[in-house]
Design a protein around this ligand. Structure first.
Ligand SMILES: C[S@@+](CC[C@H](N)C(=O)[O-])C[C@H]1O[C@@H](n2cnc3c(N)ncnc32)[C@H](O)[C@@H]1O
Length: 209
């Protein structure tokens, strides 16, 4: 069953985190913006309250939490309630799929990536933004997992694991960029660099050839 309870119950707390950690938020947004390129025809899966989709110019989302979906709609996103594992979208119908900090909440990430592959047009792009389990923030999240209303039920992945899942699904030209480095804080803007292994927030992309 989709892990929506923490988001239904703690929506205000979720939104507040992004205000308190504005530098992290803006840096993550910039990394995702670079990885996506043109947002035309993108759908965000696990769109939440639209905190990423709205400023990134994404018009459509899929989201299982009713409360999150309602807020995303107020932010101008057309939201269909559903899950990544059973996307309510036609075969080969979208240019791009974005997932931001959603992969760790999926019940079956490989099945969801298979669904992304199915609904993408040829040449379409999947973009996965997440906190790398093997990064400083990832390790901190793991340590505090049991105390967090949000992360108690999450399963964190490393960049290599996410790249492996994309590869097994059939995606090609897989690449990564990273941000959120230890030398800066939550209110600072962080640079975006190639690859993974240093930054805590990684964005991995793959192409359906
Ligand atoms: C950490 S939030 C991220 C929301 C949004 N992408 C953002 O970055 O603000 C994770 C989202 O994944 C959603 N979610 C949980 N299980 C899901 C599933 N199986 N399929 C799609 N989304 C799911 C939750 O309801 C929640 O909105």
């Amino acid at each position: 069953m989709a892990k929506t309870k923490p988001f239904d119950d703690h929506l205000e707390e979720y939104e507040e985190w992004f205000k308190e950690n504005e530098g992290y938020y803006k840096s993550e947004l910039e990394a995702v913006r670079i990885a996506m390129g043109d947002p035309y025809g993108f759908v965000e899966v696990g769109v939440g309250s639209g905190l990423f989709a709205s400023p990134l110019g994404i018009r459509m989302g899929v989201e299982p939490s009713h409360r999150m979906a309602e807020l995303a709609k107020r932010r101008g996103i057309e939201v269909t309630e559903g899950t990544g594992e059973d996307l309510p979208l036609e075969d080969e119908s979208v240019n791009g799929i974005l997932m931001v900090t959603t992969i760790c909440f999926l019940d079956d990430p490989e099945r969801a990536l298979g669904e992304c592959y199915r609904v993408l047009k040829k040449g379409g792009k999947v973009v996965i933004g997440f906190v790398d389990r093997e990064s400083p923030i990832g390790r901190e999240y793991l340590k505090l997992k049991e105390e967090s209303a949000f992360y108690r039920d999450a399963i964190f992945y490393s960049s290599r694991e996410v790249m492996g899942m994309l590869e097994r699904t059939g995606f090609k030209d897989i690449s990564a960029i990273q941000t959120l480095f230890t030398e800066r804080g939550p209110r600072d803007i962080h640079p975006v660099r190639e690859g993974f292994g240093e930054g805590s927030f990684v964005v991995i992309t793959g192409i359906k050839k």
